[in-house]
Structure formats: structure tokens, C-alpha cells
Write a protein that binds this ligand. Structure first.
Ligand code: BES
Ligand code: MN
Ligand code: ZN
Length: 501
């Protein structure tokens, strides 16, 4: 049977003597001022330099090695012991952030993936502040995963061991959890739709839940029927792959009200009868990225043991065409009782989320975030690297912005003025599933969702742009990016701090 590569799982260790221990490559940092920066005086780079009578310093003085951010120089060591190769990573001029630490570590590992390397030492710890050390580790793991998961001869090699220098074990443990959790998210997204459909998605999440100690409940089509989830069922009605709803629970906060995270899980979006052109359908395996983000985040907070109650919900359906698919003009009574008129079967994500959000609010969350590859309009508004935030509660939105800023993920708020509500009023039902024309399409979609969140403080995050990349960058392959997992982990952890105040 067709099977993808196993998820990367290099052995992560502490490097005792980075300069003298054998390694295939040692990764060292260099700040951009032509010389070793004050912080890197203490690094293995300068220690090594002493042992070689200024070999590296000489190359830097000559301008052969530069510290421009992201610049990488791979050179062979002149010594016969210790690391065989040096990868000098430019740290740049600016004060580094957690995101730079993550990206540089990932880019370094990706740069080294062209060969089989048994032991890579990442000695960036001493060049970067302690609070970024888990990002170095997470980035290193992230760099091991790409979209080429079905090649007989894998084009990217994963080191057998990555040893970290200048980093505490606690940062390694935390970074490994975060890096692997993001890779779980990316793998779910990168798997083709024949492999990941609602039922198989639920099966994989069940395995992840078991391993990380999450509670899980899976609603099959009979249960969805019994629960009145007619929106989810309608979107899935055209497919032979039946819809599912997954509910994950992490109980770390006693009897406090939970935080809810909700994801759109359309495992393939053909558009249905409002069919997409072929080019627009190519990447539509990525339309479950919101649900995969929920899974990665839930895994991480369970493994990190976050002291907080969190529930994660994934609304799963495949949007297809057949004699039984939902149609234009259909009116669906959602689980909440609100009726929706279907005027475009390609605006299916909001129909799935209508029921999923309704199930979520039944758990009386104190706050809620949903994530969805919801609209092309959000990409028109913000480009493909920025997620759109659409809240019903300004203070809550600010907490999301703060978490995203801390993790260096790009988000931008769009307005939720009342005037947009007019645009989704239906002449036949309570609301219709598209706005008038294409204008403000990201916002009218969010306004539709707002109908299903009750009084719960909520932020909708449209990740249609940043969830899936057309082309690679130094720090990541093309394909699934795992965007927002880091922000959500941070956001949930910040909520823990607030609630203990
Ligand atoms: N899944 C798409 C949105 C999307 C587009 C995600 C491109 C990622 C990349 C969504 O279901 C959709 O088709 N939205 C329509 C809505 C429209 C019919 C109102 C869109 O954006 O065109
Ligand atoms: Mn669609
Ligand atoms: Zn969709």
C-alpha cells in the first residue's frame, strides 16, 4: 500500500564539547559586523578559531564569510578531529526574534539535507538569548519535514542525531514537542486527499490523541444526523467519503471553563456544483489546514502539560459532486436552528463551521478561536503570507495579536462593521452563504460565522493565504506551513498566566 515517509524523528541530544566532539557538521552563528559579535565571543566558533590560529576570523576579515542574516557558508574544517564541516549562519544586525531563531535553525538543517549526515551539532544557543532556545530546537525539527513525502529516493535527508550546544535540556524538550506538533499539522495537510478524508483524518487524530494523552470523541454520520449537524452533512453529501466531527479535550485546568479552538476540515474542496476551475482545485487538499492546526496545537499543549482546559473541534467533510450533493437554492437548517440558503456550494467552509462552532459553544468556552482556509478574498486583501483576524471581541483579538507578535507570525485585523451583516441576509432563509458580489468576501464569511458563536468572545482566523505555500523559502519547503500552531500554543499559555493572576 502507498505509504509516505515516516515523520522526521532525529535523536535530539545535548552537545557536551561541540568543538572537540566528532560531528559531520557544526552549525555556528555569526553576527553581521564583519567580526565576531560580542555575544558570539563565547561561542564555539571563537573557541574553534583559537584552535586553528584564527582560521575562521581570517576568512571573515577577508569577506569570505559574512554574517548577513540568513547567509550560509559551508566549509571543511582544517582539523582532523572534531567536526568535519562548518556551517556558518549569518545572524544579521537586528536583535534576533523567536521567529528568526526558528527560521535560521530550520534553514540550516534544510541546507544540510542534501546529504546523509549522522551527527549535526547546532551551536546557535550561545548566540541567541535563552528565551529563544526552544525555537532553535523547534526550527531544527521543522526543517527536517517537507512536501516530498512520496519519493522512492527521498531528496531531503534527515540527520540521525541533532546535538545542541549552549541550550538547556528543558528547551530541547519543549522545542521538540513544538517542532513535532507543527510537523504533524503539515503532514496532515500535505497528504493527498485519497489518503486524508474525514474518516482517515479522524483515525490519525485518534492515534495522536492516544499517544499524547488527549481525550477524543469522533462523531460519525449517524451521530451527526442525531445531533442535527445538517450543515456538515450537506457539504459531505456529494462524497462517498462520509463526514466526521472530532472533539479533542485537554484537561489541565481543573473545573475552569475551557478555551475552544475550532478548525475547518474540508479534506478536498472541488467547489461542488459551483465547481472550481482545475487550476483553483490543484491545492485543495489543503482545505483542512484549519483542522490540522487544531490537532497540532492540541497535541502540543497536551505534551507540554499546559495548565488549562482546552477543547479542539474539527469539522470534517469532502466537498464533491454527485447525484446526492447539496445544491444551489437548498435551504439547510443548521444545528443551531438558524437556516441558511445555499447560493454557492464553493462557500462550503462556513457551512461546515456553522455546526462545528455550535457544538463548540455548547461546552461554554470562555473564549474561542476558529481557523479556516476560508476565502480567496482574504488572500486578495492581505497576500499569501498574512492571516486575517476577524473578531467579535476587541480585547480578545488583542491577545491573539500579542501571541502572534511574540512568535513572529503575521496577522492583521479586518473590520467587522454591522453594515456587512446586511450583505448576507437571505430573502428565503435566515442568512445566505455568500455576500453580495465579491467585495469584502473575507469579512462576509466571518459575519456568517458570527451567527453561530452566540455570546462567546471569539476570533476567526482566515489562513487561506499562509497555510499552504506555492514555492519554497530557505527556511521551509513549499506546501503546508503549519502556520498559527506556535501562535495558538503561545496564546493558550498566555491565558494560563492571566487566569492565575
Ligand atoms: N477553500 C476555499 C478558499 C481558498 C481559496 C483556500 C484558495 C485556499 C486557497 C473556499 O472554500 C472557497 O472556495 N471560497 C470561495 C468563497 C466564495 C464562493 C464566496 C472563494 O474564496 O472564492
Ligand atoms: Mn470552497
Ligand atoms: Zn473550501
Amino acid at each position: 500500500m502507498l505509504e509516505s515517509l515516516p515523520l522526521p524523528s532525529p535523536k535530539l541530544t545535548l552537545a557536551a564539547n561541540p568543538v572537540t566532539d566528532a560531528a559531520d557538521v557544526i552549525v555556528v552563528g555569526l553576527a553581521e559586523d564583519g567580526s565576531l559579535s560580542p555575544t558570539s565571543e563565547k561561542t564555539s566558533l571563537s573557541e574553534f578559531d583559537k584552535a586553528t590560529n584564527g582560521w575562521i576570523t581570517g576568512l571573515i576579515k577577508n569577506g569570505q564569510i559574512r554574517g548577513k542574516q540568513g547567509e550560509m557558508t559551508l566549509i571543511a574544517s582544517p582539523l582532523t578531529s572534531g567536526p568535519t564541516m562548518f556551517l556558518v549562519v549569518g545572524l544579521g544586525k537586528k536583535a534576533p526574534s523567536r521567529a528568526t531563531a526558528f527560521d535560521l535553525a530550520s534553514a540550516a538543517i534544510r541546507k544540510l539535507s542534501d546529504r546523509n549526515r549522522k551527527r549535526v551539532v547546532v551551536a546557535l544557543g550561545q548566540s541567541l538569548p535563552d528565551e529563544m532556545h526552544d525555537s532553535i530546537v523547534a526550527g531544527s525539527i521543522y526543517g527536517c519535514e517537507g512536501q516530498a513525502i512520496y519519493q522512492a529516493e527521498p531528496s531531503a535527508n534527515v540527520p540521525t542525531e541533532i546535538a545542541f550546544a549552549g541550550i538547556q535540556q528543558t528547551a530541547i524538550t519543549r522545542g521538540e514537542i513544538i517542532g513535532k506538533s507543527i510537523n504533524h499539522t503539515r503532514r496532515l495537510v500535505n497528504e493527498p486527499p485519497a489518503m486524508i478524508y474525514p474518516e482517515s483524518f479522524a483515525t490519525r487524530v485518534t492515534e495522536i490523541a492516544k499517544e499524547s494523552g488527549l481525550q477524543i470523541e469522533v462523531w460519525d454520520e449517524a451521530k451527526l444526523e442525531a445531533e442535527g449537524c445538517r450543515g456538515i452533512l450537506a457539504v459531505g453529501a456529494g462524497s462517498s467519503a462520509k463526514p466526521r466531527l472530532v472533539i479533542l479535550k485537554h484537561n489541565g485546568g481543573g473545573n475552569e471553563a475551557p478555551i475552544a479552538i475550532v478548525g475547518k476540515g474540508v479534506t478536498f474542496d472541488s467547489g461542488g456544483l459551483s465547481i472550481k476551475p482545475s487550476d483553483g482545485m490543484i491545492d485543495m487538499k489543503c482545505d483542512m489546514a484549519g483542522a490540522a492546526t487544531v490537532v497540532g496545537t492540541m497535541r502540543a499543549i497536551a505534551e507540554l502539560g499546559v495548565k488549562q482546559n482546552v477543547i479542539g473541534l474539527c469539522g470534517l467533510a469532502e466537498n464533491m459532486i454527485s447525484g446526492s450533493c447539496y445544491k444551489l437554492g437548498d435551504v439547510i437548517e443548521t444545528r443551531s436552528g438558524k437556516t441558511i440558503e445555499i447560493l454557492n456550494t464553493d462557500a462550503e467552509g462556513r457551512v461546515v463551521l456553522a455546526d462545528t462552532l455550535d457544538v463548540a459553544i455548547q461546552h461554554s468556552p470562555r473564549s474561542m478561536i476558529d481557523l479556516a482556509t476560508l476565502t480567496g478574498a482574504c488572500m486578495v486583501a492581505l497576500g499569501n503570507e498574512v492571516a486575517g483576524l476577524m473578531p467579535n471581541d476587541a480585547p480578545l483579538c488583542e491577545t491573539v495579536e500579542v501571541a502572534a507578535e511574540q512568535e513572529g507570525e503575521l496577522v492583521w485585523q479586518l473590520p467587522m462593521f454591522d453594515l456587512y451583516d446586511e450583505k448576507i441576509k437571505s430573502k428565503i432563509a435566515d442568512i445566505k452563504n455568500v455576500g453580495e458580489g465579491r467585495w469584502g468576501g473575507a469579512i462576509t464569511a466571518a459575519k456568517f460565522l458570527e451567527n453561530f458563536v452566540g455570546d462567546v468572545p471569539w476570533v476567526h482566523i482566515d489562513i487561506a493565504g499562509p497555510a499552504f505555500a506555492d514555492s519554497p523559502k530557505p527556511h521551509r519547503d513549499a506546501g503546508a506551513t503549519g502556520v498559527m500552531v506556535r501562535t495558538l500554543i503561545r496564546w493558550i499559555e498566555n491565558a494560563s498566566i492571566e487566569s492565575t493572576r
